[in-house]
Design a protein around this ligand. Structure first.
Ligand code: SAH
Length: 407
């Protein structure tokens, strides 16, 4: 592999031929060529090497990066024969991603956001989050990890961070055959925690140890949207993590009280710190509990809330698990409805990519029927705009957030 070699001419590159009738998605710019679509490989590319992908009859499809260790055998980046995957190419992609965020996302009120969202920014296998002056990089592709020095150089050039921190999602090392160590890769160590602004509020983020990349940036706009409904409300924020929804409801939404429930102690400590940082500690209660058990106990005691927020973790990682996950969502939503006053607000989220928005709505229809309560969907929302989705790779749209009134 020669990641630093600039502009390999097309003729010098190894060729990957696709099976007959398997090329259409890739002519349509889907970026993942799975092993099953590959007919043959000529030229013995090493993992990480640039290759040319062709249809079975030899027609050029795209330039991509090869990985014999991964089920995604080739990730595609350039659909133009003339445009090689060199430093100039990565430079243009990173510049374009940065400009989306500087034009529309970053301002005095919001200093943390997803800076690069993999496929949707034309950079399959690279995720970068900005937390104030620090960048947090995650590679989900071996080939981009092998080009890390170029990519770090470009990130420094375009973003001038104080430091860059690397984290690798669980399981990715095995899926891609990656061997990289997490930690500081450029500049200064980030403080623990890093203070950030979101919708004008302050949140303290542990980029090294916090869940996901330290904070759930994808819910930023949903937190603000929910706050429009919570004036004077008694709010139950379930699966609260560091309190993003509940604290925004207390500060921006004028909620009377907020109870944050999570099973993780560090998450709740962080929620407590965030409540204090935003001067709403006296309104925010913290409960360490399994959310299902918490709701059952609340229902049995006859507790009543004006707003209930449900933001559970992914309930399935595979299509085959979707049915049983939907049963899990049903019982959770059914319990939530049982502690809501008539006319109360239910915010119900689903981040399982294998469950569609339609299926999620059908689940909610079952909850309405079973509970005898009428549910009105007021807003059907997704991720914030720093998590764009490519129409060529719609499987990246995972987040559903429904704001409902329950009569
Ligand atoms: N709402 C949060 C993000 C939630 S992520 C925000 O706005 O930032 C999901 C959270 O659910 C995690 O904090 C995890 O610790 C917690 N969790 C997972 N399973 C749980 C369970 N059964 N009961 C309570 N909390 C749970």
């Amino acid at each position: 592999m020669a990641p630093n070699s600039d502009s390999s001419p097309l003729e010098s590159l190894p060729n990957v031929a696709l099976k007959q009738k398997r090329a259409l998605p890739f002519f349509n710019q889907h970026p993942w060529v799975f092993t099953g679509a590959v007919l043959s490989v000529k030229g013995a590319p090493a993992p990480g090497d640039e290759v040319v992908v062709r249809a079975d009859h030899g027609k050029f499809v795209a330039r991509g990066l090869f990985n014999s260790n991964s089920n995604i055998r080739v990730r595609l980046y350039s659909w133009n024969e003339e445009v090689a995957l060199d430093r100039e190419f990565w430079d243009e992609r990173i510049k374009t991603a940065v400009s989306l965020r500087s034009d529309f996302i970053q301002n005095e009120e919001t200093t943390a956001y997803r800076l690069i969202n993999s496929e949707a920014d034309g950079l399959s296998g690279l995720t970068v989050d900005r937390y104030g002056d620090w960048l947090l990089v995650q590679f989900t592709s071996l080939a981009l990890a092998e080009r890390k020095e170029i990519l770090f150089d470009l990130l420094e050039e375009h973003c001038s961070p104080k430091g860059i921190w690397l984290r690798t999602e669980k399981g990715i090392r095995d899926l891609e055959g990656l061997s990289i160590s997490d930690g500081l890769v450029r500049g200064e160590e980030p403080p623990r925690p890093v203070p950030i602004k979101e919708n004008g509020l302050t949140f303290l983020v542990d980029v090294a140890e916090g869940q996901k990349t330290g904070y759930f940036l994808d819910q930023r706009d949903n937190r603000r949207a929910v706050a429009r409904y919570t004036a004077g409300h008694k709010v139950l924020d379930l699966f609260s993590y560091s309190g993003g929804f509940g604290i925004t409801a207390a500060v921006t939404g004028g909620a009377e009280s907020v109870t944050c429930v999570d099973s993780s102690k560090p998450a709740l400590e962080s929620a407590q710190q965030n409540a204090t940082a935003n001067d709403v500690a006296e309104k925010v209660n913290i409960a360490a509990s399994d959310c299902f058990k918490y709701l059952e106990a609340a229902r049995d005691e006859g507790a009543v809330f004006d707003t209930v927020i449900l933001d559970p973790p992914k309930m399935t990682r595979s299509a085959s698990g979707a049915k049983s996950a939907l049963r899990g969502y049903h019982s959770l939503n059914d319990l939530a409805v049982s502690v809501l006053r008539p006319g109360g607000i239910l915010v119900t989220c689903c981040c399982s990519g294998h469950i569609s928005r339609d299926e999620f709505v059908r689940m909610l229809s079952g909850v309405a029927t079973g509970s005898g309560r009428r549910i009105q969907i007021l807003e059907s929302r997704g991720h914030a705009a720093d998590h764009p989705v490519s129409p060529n790779c719609p499987e990246n749209a995972y987040l559903k957030c429904l704001i409902c009134r329950v009569v």
